[in-house]
Write a new protein. Structure first.
Length: 135
């Protein structure tokens, strides 16, 4: 029995579905930390935690376009990193990097996927901050 034509047909159907949707299915850490009802929720709540166990909350709004979201950080985020309470933009890049910015161009904090279901900052090097959903 020759299964090759069936395998090719399934592969083509999957490829057409992906192209029709416009992007591949989400499989990275970013999809794991975001709530399942991502599109139907106006804001999502996250917790930032520093290595010295200081923590604060931040709310991410709906996508404004091209992987950019509006963000509002609690005033106590200033204890983690000066300027963090003034963050207004969350930018997700194609390589899985997440950047927090105050004006859309500066890169105050840059996160990469970490082990588990969170992100960890790698810039600035002076402070380590984790980012995860706020349960």
């Amino acid at each position: 029995m020759n299964l090759f034509p069936a395998v090719v047909a399934v592969g083509l159907a999957f490829g057409v579905a992906v192209v029709a949707k416009g992007k591949p299915p989400e499989t990275g850490v970013a999809s794991m930390i975001a709530p399942a009802a991502k599109a139907s929720v106006d804001t999502e709540s996250y917790r930032l935690r520093s290595a010295n166990d200081r923590a604060c909350r931040l709310s991410r709004g709906a996508e404004a376009g091209a992987g950019t979201y509006a963000v509002r950080a609690d005033p106590d985020c200033e204890r983690l990193l000066p300027g963090l309470s003034k963050v207004r933009f969350w930018q997700e890049r194609d390589d899985g990097i997440v950047v927090f910015s105050r004006d859309g161009t500066d890169e105050l904090v840059t996160f990469a996927e970490a082990d588990g279901i969170a992100y960890e900052s790698f810039r600035p090097a002076s402070v380590l901050i984790s980012l995860a959903t706020d349960d």
